[in-house]
Write a protein that binds this ligand. Sequence first.
Ligand SMILES: [Zn+2]
Length: 129
Amino acid sequence: MQCLLLLKDSSKSGYDISKQIEEMTGSRPSSGKLYPFLHELRDRGYVTELETDDVRGRVKYKLTEKGEQLVEEIVERMGNIIDARLDMLLEQCHHCGVRLYDVKVFGKDKAGNEVSFCCTHCRDAYRSH
Ligand SMILES: [Zn+2]
């Protein structure tokens, strides 16, 4: 998965990918795993191999259109996961239940505890119950 995301902006050789993964995670993926994975992606049509003029003859991998679609899907799915996490962290308006991002109004609930509302209307509506 990570490999694919790294290919999003530019084509890279397996070596570039492994170096970047090392920078991000602190550990280098074993080439015994990385290359078979890249070859599998190639066989499934997600990446193509580019001939390079690299002196070491490293092959660069480039996302195909199909590969780019897959990356979009992965990014979207990761976005959803992050949204879901944010949802759990965010407070809700004590009256209407909307998620409170940065605007909130403080009020008290019936027991006198401090609670948050999205706006003064909700606070007043809650009070007048
Ligand atoms: Zn509200």
